[in-house]
Design a binder for this molecule. Structure first.
Ligand code: PMP
Length: 360
């Protein structure tokens, strides 16, 4: 039986990458030792670091105006690092609110800097939606504008990028980085916890415009200091070397499989299959406006919620893992990141169809 893992994160990684990592586990590059047993300052690791950065630059078309950092602390680490680095005396940081993760980012920033909560959700008749970006009336002055491009829990994705005359645009892309083409030049800072489309948890990728590195911000731990980490090539302290190695392998896998454009086509195809099925079967529902439905995380409800438990037990028995919705919202959620093959979504839709027939 094929097993498909729909976990929201840590999420499935490409099987090819996992098999290669297994093969190389105790003997990397014929060194006779594992990549996690060598110095981060050794020649082979420095080469890995360099190559992975170049690979990410090619994949996302990132110019030399941006530094790329491989940091500790995952997504939430960046919830703290962003205000610590970008704080400006007398200005407020604007936090656009679309769901669970943008709220958590605001909550953390409140410990360090003055913030302004900026609500852009526009839910009507129990359908969640987001005000179109060109209608946002952002304040004229701000230290930065923060938003989340994909709300992993709520299943809400923002496809347009806000603009601001003076304040940097900061995006949490933890759950949709590398899933579709974006113009990096529209952002000043992008960050992402690794455990969805990049690699193991704990690692965070930061793509930051170099001119932001001169902002003094606030006093901060060295490991959260963008300027210091950039100067030290993300090696101020020992980086998470094994996670970095796996990220490098995932980048190489992406490049070998047509890059982000090919991934986007694959992701749009998978998401369309699942949303179309849900919309055309009155046993299930998704309550997100079609303009902002996530390509990565598809929450859905059973119209008869008393069947939730049976759905989860039977889907697990059918090899479809981790379909339970986030504890804060309930229902179901299928996370279909880059590594999820179309066959996984087809197996899910098949199961959902059979389940609906059996329980009609
Ligand atoms: N932002 C988003 C959009 C997320 O989905 C998550 C984790 N699911 C986080 C931030 C937090 O990441 P971490 O658990 O690595 O701190």
């Amino acid at each position: 039986m094929s097993v498909y893992n729909f976990c929201a994160g840590p999420a499935m990684l490409p099987p090819e990458v996992m098999k290669k990592a297994q093969k190389e586990f105790i003997d990397w590059q014929n060194l006779g030792v594992s990549v996690m047993e060598i110095s981060h300052r050794s020649e082979p690791f420095l080469e890995l670091a360099h190559k992975s950065e170049e690979s990410l630059r090619r994949l996302m078309n990132i110019s030399n105006d941006y530094a790329i950092l491989f940091m500790h602390g995952g997504g939430r680490g960046q919830f703290s690092a962003v205000p610590l680095n970008l704080h400006q005396e007398g200005k407020q940081a604007v936090y656009c609110q679309t769901g669970t993760w943008s709220f958590s980012a605001l909550d953390e920033a409140n410990k360090f800097t003055q913030t302004q909560k900026f609500n852009i959700r526009n839910d009507q008749n129990s359908v969640a939606s987001v005000i179109p970006v060109d209608q946002w009336q952002l304040p004229e002055e701000a230290s930065y504008i923060h938003y989340c491009t994909n709300e992993t829990v709520d299943g809400i994705e923002l496809f347009d990028v806000p603009k601001h005359a003076s304040a940097p645009i900061v995006a949490d892309m933890s759950s949709n980085i590398l899933s579709r083409e974006i113009d990096v030049n529209k952002f000043d800072l992008i960050y992402a916890g690794a455990q969805k489309n990049i690699g193991p948890s704990g690692l965070a990728i930061v793509i930051v415009k170099k001119d932001l590195l001169s902002r003094p911000g606030l006093a901060k731990p060295g490991i959260f200091d963008y300027a210091l980490e950039s100067k030290q090539q993300s090696m101020f302290n020992t980086p998470p070397t094994f996670a970095w190695y796996l990220a490098a392998e995932v980048f190489a896998w992406l490049e070998a499989n047509g890059g982000v454009a090919a991934m986007e086509a694959h992701n749009r195809d998978k998401a369309a299959l699942l949303y179309d099925f849900i919309d055309n079967n009155d046993f299930y529902q998704n309550n997100i406006d079609t303009s902002c439905r996530s390509l990565m995380n598809v929450p859905f409800l059973l119209k008869d919620e008393s069947l939730n438990k049976a759905f989860l037990t039977q889907s697990q028995n059918a090899g479809l893992l981790a379909l339970e919705g986030h504890r804060s919202v309930g229902g179901m959620r299928a996370s279909i990141y880059n590594a999820m093959p179309k066959a996984g979504v087809e197996a899910l839709v098949d199961f959902m169809f059979k389940f609906s027939k059996e329980h009609k």
